[in-house]
Design a protein around this ligand. Structure first.
Ligand code: ARG
Length: 501
Protein backbone atom coordinates (compact mmCIF):
# COMPACT_ATOMS: atom_id res chain seq x y z
CA UNK A 1 0.00 0.00 0.00
CA UNK A 2 2.78 2.38 0.95
CA UNK A 3 4.49 1.64 -2.32
CA UNK A 4 1.38 2.41 -4.25
CA UNK A 5 1.13 5.73 -2.41
CA UNK A 6 4.65 6.95 -3.24
CA UNK A 7 4.24 5.77 -6.80
CA UNK A 8 1.15 7.92 -7.13
CA UNK A 9 2.95 10.95 -5.75
CA UNK A 10 5.86 10.39 -8.10
CA UNK A 11 3.56 10.00 -11.08
CA UNK A 12 1.69 13.18 -10.34
CA UNK A 13 4.92 15.14 -9.87
CA UNK A 14 6.18 13.87 -13.21
CA UNK A 15 2.89 14.77 -14.87
CA UNK A 16 3.03 18.25 -13.42
CA UNK A 17 6.64 18.80 -14.49
CA UNK A 18 5.70 17.61 -17.95
CA UNK A 19 2.78 20.05 -18.13
CA UNK A 20 5.02 22.91 -17.00
CA UNK A 21 7.67 22.06 -19.56
CA UNK A 22 5.04 21.97 -22.29
CA UNK A 23 3.81 25.37 -21.23
CA UNK A 24 7.33 26.76 -21.14
CA UNK A 25 8.00 25.16 -24.50
CA UNK A 26 5.12 26.90 -26.23
CA UNK A 27 6.27 30.13 -24.60
CA UNK A 28 9.58 29.87 -26.37
CA UNK A 29 8.53 28.70 -29.78
CA UNK A 30 7.68 31.96 -31.47
CA UNK A 31 5.83 31.45 -34.69
CA UNK A 32 8.42 32.77 -37.08
CA UNK A 33 5.98 33.64 -39.81
CA UNK A 34 8.11 35.97 -41.93
CA UNK A 35 5.14 38.04 -42.97
CA UNK A 36 4.56 39.25 -39.44
CA UNK A 37 6.21 42.53 -38.55
CA UNK A 38 6.87 42.75 -34.80
CA UNK A 39 6.98 46.44 -34.07
CA UNK A 40 8.01 47.98 -30.76
CA UNK A 41 6.85 51.35 -29.48
CA UNK A 42 6.55 53.31 -26.26
CA UNK A 43 2.96 54.49 -26.06
CA UNK A 44 3.74 57.49 -23.88
CA UNK A 45 4.26 60.01 -26.63
CA UNK A 46 1.03 61.58 -27.89
CA UNK A 47 0.04 62.18 -30.65
CA UNK A 48 2.55 59.70 -32.13
CA UNK A 49 1.77 56.84 -29.76
CA UNK A 50 -0.46 56.60 -26.72
CA UNK A 51 -3.13 54.41 -25.15
CA UNK A 52 -6.51 55.46 -26.51
CA UNK A 53 -9.82 55.60 -24.68
CA UNK A 54 -10.44 51.92 -25.39
CA UNK A 55 -7.15 50.96 -23.79
CA UNK A 56 -5.47 50.18 -27.14
CA UNK A 57 -2.15 51.39 -28.51
CA UNK A 58 -2.96 54.13 -30.99
CA UNK A 59 -1.45 57.25 -32.57
CA UNK A 60 0.08 58.58 -35.76
CA UNK A 61 3.04 56.17 -35.77
CA UNK A 62 0.87 53.16 -35.05
CA UNK A 63 -1.56 53.91 -37.87
CA UNK A 64 1.36 54.73 -40.15
CA UNK A 65 3.07 51.39 -39.64
CA UNK A 66 -0.24 49.55 -39.94
CA UNK A 67 -0.97 51.30 -43.23
CA UNK A 68 2.52 50.45 -44.46
CA UNK A 69 2.02 46.85 -43.38
CA UNK A 70 -1.25 46.67 -45.25
CA UNK A 71 0.37 48.04 -48.42
CA UNK A 72 3.27 45.64 -48.24
CA UNK A 73 1.46 42.50 -47.03
CA UNK A 74 2.76 42.39 -43.46
CA UNK A 75 0.71 41.58 -40.44
CA UNK A 76 1.76 44.24 -37.94
CA UNK A 77 2.00 43.30 -34.26
CA UNK A 78 2.65 46.26 -31.97
CA UNK A 79 4.31 45.81 -28.58
CA UNK A 80 4.43 48.53 -25.95
CA UNK A 81 7.63 48.82 -23.91
CA UNK A 82 9.96 51.28 -22.23
CA UNK A 83 11.56 53.74 -24.63
CA UNK A 84 15.07 52.92 -23.55
CA UNK A 85 14.59 49.15 -24.08
CA UNK A 86 13.37 49.54 -27.67
CA UNK A 87 16.70 49.46 -29.50
CA UNK A 88 17.96 46.63 -27.28
CA UNK A 89 14.93 44.53 -28.18
CA UNK A 90 15.55 45.28 -31.83
CA UNK A 91 19.15 44.13 -31.55
CA UNK A 92 18.24 40.98 -29.63
CA UNK A 93 15.85 40.01 -32.41
CA UNK A 94 12.70 40.27 -30.29
CA UNK A 95 11.46 43.03 -32.63
CA UNK A 96 11.66 43.64 -36.38
CA UNK A 97 11.16 47.39 -36.24
CA UNK A 98 10.75 50.29 -33.83
CA UNK A 99 8.41 53.20 -34.44
CA UNK A 100 8.38 55.62 -31.54
CA UNK A 101 8.79 59.19 -32.76
CA UNK A 102 12.43 58.20 -32.79
CA UNK A 103 14.97 60.76 -33.91
CA UNK A 104 17.74 59.65 -36.23
CA UNK A 105 21.05 60.30 -34.46
CA UNK A 106 24.61 59.32 -35.40
CA UNK A 107 24.95 57.36 -32.20
CA UNK A 108 21.82 55.31 -32.88
CA UNK A 109 22.93 54.76 -36.47
CA UNK A 110 25.91 52.87 -35.11
CA UNK A 111 23.69 50.13 -33.75
CA UNK A 112 20.58 50.14 -35.98
CA UNK A 113 19.49 51.13 -39.48
CA UNK A 114 16.81 53.72 -40.20
CA UNK A 115 14.17 53.99 -42.91
CA UNK A 116 13.52 57.25 -44.72
CA UNK A 117 12.47 60.01 -42.35
CA UNK A 118 8.77 60.80 -42.06
CA UNK A 119 8.51 63.78 -39.71
CA UNK A 120 10.55 66.84 -38.69
CA UNK A 121 10.39 67.88 -35.05
CA UNK A 122 11.99 70.33 -32.62
CA UNK A 123 12.46 70.27 -28.87
CA UNK A 124 10.34 72.26 -26.42
CA UNK A 125 10.84 73.41 -22.87
CA UNK A 126 7.76 73.08 -20.67
CA UNK A 127 7.55 75.25 -17.57
CA UNK A 128 4.82 76.41 -15.20
CA UNK A 129 2.97 79.56 -16.35
CA UNK A 130 4.69 81.76 -13.76
CA UNK A 131 8.23 80.69 -14.72
CA UNK A 132 10.57 83.17 -16.41
CA UNK A 133 12.68 80.58 -18.21
CA UNK A 134 12.63 81.28 -21.95
CA UNK A 135 15.77 79.59 -23.32
CA UNK A 136 17.82 76.43 -23.05
CA UNK A 137 20.81 78.34 -21.62
CA UNK A 138 18.72 79.33 -18.62
CA UNK A 139 18.38 75.66 -17.67
CA UNK A 140 22.01 75.67 -16.50
CA UNK A 141 22.09 74.78 -12.80
CA UNK A 142 18.36 74.02 -12.73
CA UNK A 143 16.42 70.83 -12.12
CA UNK A 144 15.12 69.36 -15.37
CA UNK A 145 12.88 66.35 -15.96
CA UNK A 146 13.12 64.32 -19.17
CA UNK A 147 12.08 60.96 -20.58
CA UNK A 148 15.02 58.61 -20.12
CA UNK A 149 17.14 57.91 -23.19
CA UNK A 150 15.49 60.48 -25.45
CA UNK A 151 17.12 63.28 -27.41
CA UNK A 152 15.68 65.69 -24.82
CA UNK A 153 17.67 63.79 -22.18
CA UNK A 154 20.88 64.16 -24.25
CA UNK A 155 20.23 67.84 -24.90
CA UNK A 156 20.20 68.85 -21.24
CA UNK A 157 22.65 66.37 -19.72
CA UNK A 158 25.89 68.22 -18.97
CA UNK A 159 28.45 66.08 -20.82
CA UNK A 160 31.81 67.21 -22.21
CA UNK A 161 30.41 67.73 -25.68
CA UNK A 162 27.35 69.66 -24.49
CA UNK A 163 27.95 73.28 -25.38
CA UNK A 164 24.69 74.66 -24.01
CA UNK A 165 24.29 72.99 -20.64
CA UNK A 166 27.77 73.30 -19.16
CA UNK A 167 26.97 73.73 -15.48
CA UNK A 168 27.74 70.39 -13.84
CA UNK A 169 25.28 71.20 -11.03
CA UNK A 170 22.38 70.93 -13.44
CA UNK A 171 20.23 68.13 -12.13
CA UNK A 172 18.54 65.89 -14.71
CA UNK A 173 15.75 63.67 -13.44
CA UNK A 174 15.02 60.83 -15.86
CA UNK A 175 11.58 59.25 -16.07
CA UNK A 176 10.27 56.25 -17.97
CA UNK A 177 7.35 58.31 -19.17
CA UNK A 178 7.05 61.88 -20.35
CA UNK A 179 3.88 62.22 -18.30
CA UNK A 180 5.74 61.36 -15.10
CA UNK A 181 8.13 64.21 -15.89
CA UNK A 182 5.12 66.51 -16.30
CA UNK A 183 3.63 65.42 -12.97
CA UNK A 184 7.01 66.15 -11.35
CA UNK A 185 6.91 69.64 -12.86
CA UNK A 186 3.35 70.23 -11.68
CA UNK A 187 4.32 69.12 -8.19
CA UNK A 188 7.08 71.74 -8.20
CA UNK A 189 9.97 69.25 -7.90
CA UNK A 190 11.67 70.37 -11.13
CA UNK A 191 11.96 73.69 -12.97
CA UNK A 192 11.36 72.44 -16.50
CA UNK A 193 10.65 69.45 -18.75
CA UNK A 194 12.42 69.10 -22.10
CA UNK A 195 10.62 66.99 -24.68
CA UNK A 196 9.72 66.89 -28.40
CA UNK A 197 7.39 69.56 -29.78
CA UNK A 198 4.18 67.62 -30.43
CA UNK A 199 3.97 65.76 -27.12
CA UNK A 200 4.93 69.03 -25.41
CA UNK A 201 1.99 70.82 -27.04
CA UNK A 202 -0.30 67.95 -26.08
CA UNK A 203 0.88 67.98 -22.45
CA UNK A 204 0.39 71.74 -22.25
CA UNK A 205 -3.02 71.57 -23.90
CA UNK A 206 -4.29 69.15 -21.27
CA UNK A 207 -2.76 71.30 -18.52
CA UNK A 208 -4.02 74.60 -19.86
CA UNK A 209 -3.55 77.51 -17.47
CA UNK A 210 -0.93 75.63 -15.43
CA UNK A 211 1.86 74.93 -17.92
CA UNK A 212 3.29 76.69 -20.97
CA UNK A 213 5.81 75.65 -23.61
CA UNK A 214 8.78 77.35 -25.25
CA UNK A 215 10.00 76.21 -28.64
CA UNK A 216 13.70 75.77 -29.30
CA UNK A 217 13.60 76.58 -32.99
CA UNK A 218 17.24 76.13 -33.91
CA UNK A 219 17.27 72.39 -33.26
CA UNK A 220 15.65 70.19 -35.90
CA UNK A 221 15.19 66.45 -35.56
CA UNK A 222 14.03 63.84 -38.05
CA UNK A 223 11.90 60.86 -37.07
CA UNK A 224 12.37 57.49 -38.77
CA UNK A 225 11.62 53.83 -38.17
CA UNK A 226 14.52 51.80 -36.78
CA UNK A 227 15.30 48.34 -38.12
CA UNK A 228 18.05 45.96 -37.01
CA UNK A 229 21.36 46.50 -38.75
CA UNK A 230 21.65 44.96 -42.18
CA UNK A 231 17.97 44.04 -42.47
CA UNK A 232 17.67 45.61 -45.91
CA UNK A 233 14.54 43.73 -46.88
CA UNK A 234 12.51 45.31 -44.11
CA UNK A 235 14.01 48.78 -44.68
CA UNK A 236 13.18 48.57 -48.40
CA UNK A 237 9.65 47.28 -47.76
CA UNK A 238 8.88 49.99 -45.23
CA UNK A 239 10.34 52.71 -47.47
CA UNK A 240 8.23 51.48 -50.35
CA UNK A 241 5.17 51.35 -48.09
CA UNK A 242 5.75 54.93 -46.92
CA UNK A 243 6.19 56.05 -50.53
CA UNK A 244 2.88 54.43 -51.47
CA UNK A 245 0.85 55.85 -48.58
CA UNK A 246 2.26 59.30 -49.31
CA UNK A 247 1.15 58.87 -52.89
CA UNK A 248 -2.35 57.59 -52.16
CA UNK A 249 -3.11 60.27 -49.57
CA UNK A 250 -3.27 57.99 -46.50
CA UNK A 251 -0.21 59.67 -44.98
CA UNK A 252 -1.76 63.15 -45.23
CA UNK A 253 -5.00 61.87 -43.78
CA UNK A 254 -3.10 60.53 -40.78
CA UNK A 255 -1.33 63.87 -40.32
CA UNK A 256 -4.73 65.58 -40.40
CA UNK A 257 -6.38 63.22 -37.93
CA UNK A 258 -3.58 62.67 -35.48
CA UNK A 259 -1.28 65.66 -35.67
CA UNK A 260 -3.47 68.57 -36.73
CA UNK A 261 -6.64 66.97 -35.40
CA UNK A 262 -9.00 68.86 -33.16
CA UNK A 263 -11.40 66.14 -32.08
CA UNK A 264 -9.69 65.74 -28.71
CA UNK A 265 -11.71 66.12 -25.55
CA UNK A 266 -10.99 69.31 -23.65
CA UNK A 267 -11.60 69.47 -19.98
CA UNK A 268 -14.19 71.78 -18.41
CA UNK A 269 -13.30 74.08 -15.52
CA UNK A 270 -15.21 76.00 -12.87
CA UNK A 271 -14.30 78.45 -10.10
CA UNK A 272 -16.60 76.72 -7.68
CA UNK A 273 -14.42 74.07 -5.98
CA UNK A 274 -17.25 71.58 -5.70
CA UNK A 275 -18.22 71.87 -9.36
CA UNK A 276 -14.56 71.76 -10.31
CA UNK A 277 -14.29 68.49 -8.36
CA UNK A 278 -17.28 67.08 -10.24
CA UNK A 279 -15.71 68.15 -13.55
CA UNK A 280 -12.48 66.43 -12.55
CA UNK A 281 -14.40 63.28 -11.69
CA UNK A 282 -16.11 63.41 -15.06
CA UNK A 283 -12.82 64.03 -16.85
CA UNK A 284 -10.90 61.26 -15.07
CA UNK A 285 -13.51 58.52 -15.10
CA UNK A 286 -16.04 59.31 -17.81
CA UNK A 287 -14.96 61.52 -20.68
CA UNK A 288 -11.59 59.81 -20.99
CA UNK A 289 -13.18 56.39 -20.38
CA UNK A 290 -11.29 55.81 -17.15
CA UNK A 291 -14.08 53.60 -15.84
CA UNK A 292 -13.65 51.23 -18.79
CA UNK A 293 -9.93 50.90 -18.13
CA UNK A 294 -10.66 50.24 -14.45
CA UNK A 295 -13.22 47.56 -15.31
CA UNK A 296 -10.86 45.83 -17.72
CA UNK A 297 -8.14 46.05 -15.10
CA UNK A 298 -10.40 44.59 -12.45
CA UNK A 299 -11.23 41.62 -14.66
CA UNK A 300 -7.51 41.02 -15.28
CA UNK A 301 -6.68 41.26 -11.57
CA UNK A 302 -9.43 38.84 -10.56
CA UNK A 303 -8.60 36.46 -13.43
CA UNK A 304 -4.90 36.30 -12.64
CA UNK A 305 -5.55 35.88 -8.92
CA UNK A 306 -8.07 33.07 -9.41
CA UNK A 307 -5.93 31.17 -11.89
CA UNK A 308 -2.83 31.63 -9.73
CA UNK A 309 -4.67 30.39 -6.63
CA UNK A 310 -5.63 27.21 -8.47
CA UNK A 311 -2.06 26.60 -9.63
CA UNK A 312 -0.89 27.44 -6.11
CA UNK A 313 -3.25 24.96 -4.45
CA UNK A 314 -2.38 22.08 -6.77
CA UNK A 315 1.36 22.69 -6.57
CA UNK A 316 1.16 23.52 -2.86
CA UNK A 317 -0.66 20.28 -2.07
CA UNK A 318 1.97 18.37 -3.94
CA UNK A 319 4.76 20.12 -2.07
CA UNK A 320 3.01 19.51 1.25
CA UNK A 321 2.74 15.79 0.45
CA UNK A 322 6.40 15.77 -0.49
CA UNK A 323 7.29 17.35 2.83
CA UNK A 324 4.97 15.00 4.73
CA UNK A 325 6.97 11.99 3.58
CA UNK A 326 9.40 13.18 6.24
CA UNK A 327 6.80 12.76 9.01
CA UNK A 328 5.71 9.42 7.65
CA UNK A 329 9.25 8.05 7.43
CA UNK A 330 10.53 9.80 10.55
CA UNK A 331 13.54 11.19 8.67
CA UNK A 332 14.33 13.54 5.79
CA UNK A 333 13.59 12.06 2.38
CA UNK A 334 14.61 13.10 -1.13
CA UNK A 335 11.08 14.45 -1.68
CA UNK A 336 11.01 16.42 1.54
CA UNK A 337 14.42 17.89 0.76
CA UNK A 338 13.34 18.95 -2.73
CA UNK A 339 10.20 20.55 -1.36
CA UNK A 340 12.20 22.38 1.32
CA UNK A 341 14.61 23.77 -1.27
CA UNK A 342 11.70 24.98 -3.41
CA UNK A 343 9.98 26.68 -0.49
CA UNK A 344 13.26 28.16 0.68
CA UNK A 345 14.09 29.72 -2.69
CA UNK A 346 10.61 31.03 -3.37
CA UNK A 347 10.22 32.55 0.08
CA UNK A 348 13.69 34.02 -0.06
CA UNK A 349 13.29 36.04 -3.26
CA UNK A 350 10.98 38.96 -4.10
CA UNK A 351 7.91 38.18 -6.20
CA UNK A 352 8.76 40.96 -8.64
CA UNK A 353 12.15 39.37 -9.35
CA UNK A 354 10.48 36.00 -9.90
CA UNK A 355 8.00 37.64 -12.25
CA UNK A 356 10.71 39.36 -14.29
CA UNK A 357 12.74 36.14 -14.56
CA UNK A 358 9.68 34.20 -15.66
CA UNK A 359 8.61 36.79 -18.22
CA UNK A 360 11.89 38.03 -19.64
CA UNK A 361 14.09 34.95 -19.34
CA UNK A 362 11.76 31.96 -19.51
CA UNK A 363 9.03 33.35 -21.73
CA UNK A 364 11.28 35.72 -23.69
CA UNK A 365 8.87 38.63 -23.22
CA UNK A 366 5.93 36.72 -24.65
CA UNK A 367 2.65 35.54 -23.09
CA UNK A 368 2.78 37.89 -20.13
CA UNK A 369 -0.52 36.55 -18.78
CA UNK A 370 0.70 32.95 -18.59
CA UNK A 371 4.00 34.09 -17.12
CA UNK A 372 2.18 36.07 -14.44
CA UNK A 373 -0.23 33.26 -13.54
CA UNK A 374 2.60 30.73 -13.32
CA UNK A 375 4.78 33.07 -11.26
CA UNK A 376 2.08 33.81 -8.73
CA UNK A 377 0.98 30.16 -8.70
CA UNK A 378 4.51 28.95 -8.10
CA UNK A 379 5.08 31.67 -5.53
CA UNK A 380 1.85 31.01 -3.69
CA UNK A 381 2.47 27.24 -3.70
CA UNK A 382 5.37 27.69 -1.29
CA UNK A 383 3.09 29.33 1.25
CA UNK A 384 0.16 27.02 0.55
CA UNK A 385 2.42 24.00 1.14
CA UNK A 386 3.31 25.25 4.60
CA UNK A 387 -0.34 26.03 5.35
CA UNK A 388 -1.46 22.55 4.36
CA UNK A 389 1.40 20.87 6.19
CA UNK A 390 0.75 22.84 9.37
CA UNK A 391 -2.97 22.08 9.06
CA UNK A 392 -2.34 18.35 8.84
CA UNK A 393 0.22 18.34 11.64
CA UNK A 394 -2.21 20.21 13.88
CA UNK A 395 -4.51 17.17 13.89
CA UNK A 396 -3.82 15.13 17.01
CA UNK A 397 -1.37 12.27 16.51
CA UNK A 398 -3.81 9.92 18.21
CA UNK A 399 -6.13 10.25 15.22
CA UNK A 400 -3.64 8.55 12.94
CA UNK A 401 -2.94 5.86 15.52
CA UNK A 402 -6.67 5.34 15.99
CA UNK A 403 -7.24 5.01 12.26
CA UNK A 404 -4.39 2.57 11.80
CA UNK A 405 -5.52 0.43 14.70
CA UNK A 406 -8.97 0.24 13.15
CA UNK A 407 -7.30 -1.40 10.19
CA UNK A 408 -7.21 1.61 7.83
CA UNK A 409 -4.11 2.06 5.71
CA UNK A 410 -2.03 5.26 5.97
CA UNK A 411 -3.71 6.69 2.87
CA UNK A 412 -7.20 5.75 4.08
CA UNK A 413 -6.62 7.28 7.49
CA UNK A 414 -5.40 10.45 5.78
CA UNK A 415 -8.37 10.52 3.46
CA UNK A 416 -11.17 9.68 5.93
CA UNK A 417 -9.90 10.84 9.30
CA UNK A 418 -7.04 13.33 9.12
CA UNK A 419 -7.85 15.48 6.06
CA UNK A 420 -11.49 16.23 6.98
CA UNK A 421 -10.23 17.63 10.28
CA UNK A 422 -7.21 19.34 8.75
CA UNK A 423 -9.43 21.20 6.27
CA UNK A 424 -10.82 23.29 9.11
CA UNK A 425 -7.35 24.51 9.95
CA UNK A 426 -6.33 24.91 6.34
CA UNK A 427 -9.23 26.75 4.70
CA UNK A 428 -9.13 30.00 6.69
CA UNK A 429 -5.37 30.27 6.18
CA UNK A 430 -5.81 29.55 2.47
CA UNK A 431 -8.33 32.36 2.33
CA UNK A 432 -5.72 34.71 3.75
CA UNK A 433 -3.26 33.51 1.16
CA UNK A 434 -5.77 34.38 -1.56
CA UNK A 435 -6.21 37.86 -0.12
CA UNK A 436 -2.45 38.41 -0.08
CA UNK A 437 -2.21 37.14 -3.63
CA UNK A 438 -4.81 39.59 -4.97
CA UNK A 439 -2.81 42.48 -3.59
CA UNK A 440 0.50 41.06 -4.78
CA UNK A 441 -0.69 40.90 -8.38
CA UNK A 442 -0.47 44.70 -8.43
CA UNK A 443 3.04 44.30 -9.87
CA UNK A 444 1.97 42.59 -13.12
CA UNK A 445 2.07 45.95 -14.88
CA UNK A 446 5.82 45.31 -15.11
CA UNK A 447 5.19 42.62 -17.69
CA UNK A 448 2.80 44.70 -19.77
CA UNK A 449 -0.44 43.34 -18.30
CA UNK A 450 -3.20 45.88 -17.81
CA UNK A 451 -4.41 45.03 -14.34
CA UNK A 452 -6.11 47.37 -11.90
CA UNK A 453 -2.92 49.15 -10.85
CA UNK A 454 -1.76 49.55 -14.43
CA UNK A 455 -5.19 50.97 -15.31
CA UNK A 456 -4.67 53.71 -12.73
CA UNK A 457 -1.25 54.31 -14.21
CA UNK A 458 -2.77 54.77 -17.67
CA UNK A 459 -5.40 57.13 -16.34
CA UNK A 460 -2.70 59.21 -14.66
CA UNK A 461 -0.72 59.32 -17.92
CA UNK A 462 -3.71 60.62 -19.79
CA UNK A 463 -5.25 63.00 -17.28
CA UNK A 464 -2.30 64.09 -15.09
CA UNK A 465 -4.61 63.54 -12.15
CA UNK A 466 -2.94 61.36 -9.54
CA UNK A 467 -5.25 61.50 -6.55
CA UNK A 468 -8.53 60.24 -8.00
CA UNK A 469 -7.28 57.21 -9.98
CA UNK A 470 -5.06 56.01 -7.13
CA UNK A 471 -7.76 56.41 -4.50
CA UNK A 472 -10.18 54.68 -6.85
CA UNK A 473 -8.05 51.57 -7.16
CA UNK A 474 -7.29 51.56 -3.44
CA UNK A 475 -11.04 51.48 -2.81
CA UNK A 476 -11.58 48.74 -5.38
CA UNK A 477 -8.82 46.54 -3.91
CA UNK A 478 -10.20 47.19 -0.44
CA UNK A 479 -13.73 46.19 -1.48
CA UNK A 480 -12.46 43.05 -3.17
CA UNK A 481 -10.58 42.00 -0.05
CA UNK A 482 -13.50 42.95 2.21
CA UNK A 483 -15.92 40.88 0.14
CA UNK A 484 -13.60 37.93 0.20
CA UNK A 485 -13.05 38.22 3.96
CA UNK A 486 -16.80 38.32 4.57
CA UNK A 487 -17.29 35.25 2.38
CA UNK A 488 -14.52 33.40 4.17
CA UNK A 489 -15.95 34.24 7.59
CA UNK A 490 -19.32 32.79 6.66
CA UNK A 491 -17.60 29.71 5.31
CA UNK A 492 -15.45 29.29 8.37
CA UNK A 493 -18.45 29.59 10.67
CA UNK A 494 -20.17 26.79 8.76
CA UNK A 495 -17.13 24.57 9.07
CA UNK A 496 -16.88 25.20 12.80
CA UNK A 497 -20.51 24.38 13.46
CA UNK A 498 -19.72 20.76 14.23
CA UNK A 499 -17.10 21.92 16.73
CA UNK A 500 -19.59 23.53 19.09
CA UNK A 501 -19.50 21.45 22.21
N1 ARG B 1 12.42 61.99 -30.49
C1 ARG B 1 12.96 61.67 -29.24
C2 ARG B 1 14.04 60.64 -29.37
O1 ARG B 1 14.21 60.02 -30.36
C3 ARG B 1 11.92 61.20 -28.25
C4 ARG B 1 11.15 60.00 -28.65
C5 ARG B 1 10.31 59.45 -27.52
N2 ARG B 1 9.38 58.52 -28.04
C6 ARG B 1 8.51 57.81 -27.31
N3 ARG B 1 7.67 57.03 -27.92
N4 ARG B 1 8.51 57.88 -26.01
O2 ARG B 1 14.78 60.44 -28.46
Amino acid sequence: MKHKQTWKVKASILALLFCMMCMLGCGKSSTSNEKTLRVGTNAEFPPFEYINNSGEIDGFDIQLIKAVGEEMGYQVEVQNMEFKSLLGSLKSGALDAVIAGMTVTDERRESVDFTTTYYTATQHIIVTVDSDIISLEQLNGKKIAVQEGTTGDLLVTPEDDNEIITDKNTEVKRFKKGTDAIIELKNGSVDAVVIDANPAKEFVRVNEGVLKNIEITDIKEEYAIAVSKGNEQVVDDINEGIRRIKENGVFDELVETYINGTEKSVRRHSDNPFIEFLYTLEFVFISTNGYKLLLQGLVATIGISLAAVLVGIVLGLLLALMKMTEVQKGKKTLWSRLASIYIDIIRGTPAIVQLLIMYMVVFQSKMGMVAAILTFGINSAAYVAEIIRAGILAVDKGQMEGGRSLGFSYAETMRYIILPQAIKNILPALGNEFITLIKETAIVGYVAIQDLTKAADFIISRTYETFLPLIAIAIIYYCLVKLLTKGLNVFERRLRQSDIR
